[in-house]
Design a protein around this ligand. Structure first.
Ligand code: 4NP
Length: 156
């Protein structure tokens, strides 16, 4: 089995997927899971920018510094480079299915499908919301990070 690698994908790569990346990095480190982790957006409007200041503040409140992250757009090569590409919502998943090249090997899934009892749920976009909405995002991505890291550790 290849070493697992996970790419989290949302729309802008400045709110939800950087928080998913941060929560998963922390959880993988906590349980000793050796894995490559990154995040990207299906859209490129914010490429090169740091995460949204509300996402940075939320991660900071939970002890993680994401101010150095840089947004990027998902590429065709990502579908060969990562074993798992994980969408934050349904639209992101549909876009990934459309963008996947023929020779892509990554397994596509919805983030909350990895959380028992929350299959088929989307992580809501907090972009038009306020800080409490980012706390909901953090809770969602943290639950998923725990479940996903445990699953990948068990498979390793
Ligand atoms: P994200 O949030 O997909 O969680 O990073 C958004 C960020 C930017 C935009 C939409 C959603 N935007 O329209 O620019």
């Amino acid at each position: 089995m290849p070493k697992p690698s996970v790419l989290f994908v949302c729309l802008g790569n400045i709110c939800r997927s950087p928080l998913a990346e941060a929560a998963f990095r922390a959880e993988a480190k906590r349980i000793g899971l050796d894995i490559e982790i990154d995040s990207a957006g299906t859209g490129g409007w914010h490429a090169g920018e740091p995460p949204d200041r509300r996402a940075i503040a939320t991660a900071k409140r939970h002890g993680v510094d994401i101010s150095g992250y840089k947004a990027r757009k998902v590429t065709a090569a990502d579908f060969r480079r990562f074993t798992h590409i994980i969408a934050l919502d349904f639209e992101n998943l549909a876009d990934l299915q459309r963008l996947a090249p023929r020779d892509g090997t990554a397994e596509l899934s919805l983030l909350l499908d990895h959380v028992p009892g929350r299959e088929g749920e989307a992580v809501s976009d907090p972009w038009y919301g306020a800080l409490p909405d980012f706390e909901v995002t953090w809770a969602d991505v943290t639950a998923a990070a725990k479940a996903l890291a445990a699953k990948l550790k068990a498979e390793a």
